[in-house]
Write a new protein. Structure first.
Length: 167
């Protein structure tokens, strides 16, 4: 199918809990993303080519798909919990962000957090999850001052909770 054939604008996210996302398969031998179980928040993304990730190394990998997310939504790429726990594989910029207007191949920046063992991934391995969520498309308004709150400007450990955060 000619990628330029469908130039209709993204539909606004419908109210149905079973909304559709248009998927373009860039690698015809890999399946489109699916949920492992009914009701799962994320769909599994697969890798298009084999790769070995050395300890501490980062690598950008293709998934073989492109999507047309509805306006008012975002795709968030998360690590797969089992791979993170068992082998140290994670997503560098967790969560990765796929904007509704992006039409290129979804790529995932993986990292091997294991300090000793390389991670070997084969073509078709499930390497991350894509979660589609609604987002509030706000307008930013510049002001001279912000309203006061109890918290104020306290951040980055200001509420304590760990011995290393005490001053």
């Amino acid at each position: 199918m000619d990628p330029s054939a469908d130039r209709t604008p993204n539909p606004v996210w419908p109210s149905s809990p079973l909304a559709e996302v248009r998927v373009r398969r860039l690698d015809p031998e890999l399946p489109i993303p699916t949920r492992a179980h009914e009701g799962d928040a994320g769909v599994d993304l697969r890798i298009t080519a084999p790769v070995t990730i050395a300890p501490g190394e980062r690598v950008l990998v293709g998934t073989g798909i492109a999507v047309a997310l509805p306006l008012g939504t975002v795709g968030l790429i998360h690590p797969r919990s089992g791979l993170a726990a068992k082998s140290g594989l994670s997503v560098v910029n967790t969560p990765g962000t796929i904007d509704a207007g992006y039409r290129g191949e979804i790529k995932v920046c993986l990292i091997n957090h294991d300090l000793q063992t390389p991670i070997v991934l084969d073509r078709g391995d499930r390497i991350a999850q894509l979660v589609v969520q609604r987002v509030e498309l706000v307008t930013f308004v510049e002001v001279d001052e912000l309203d006061d709150t109890v918290r104020g400007a306290g951040g980055h450990g200001s509420t304590g909770g760990h011995a290393s955060l005490k001053q």
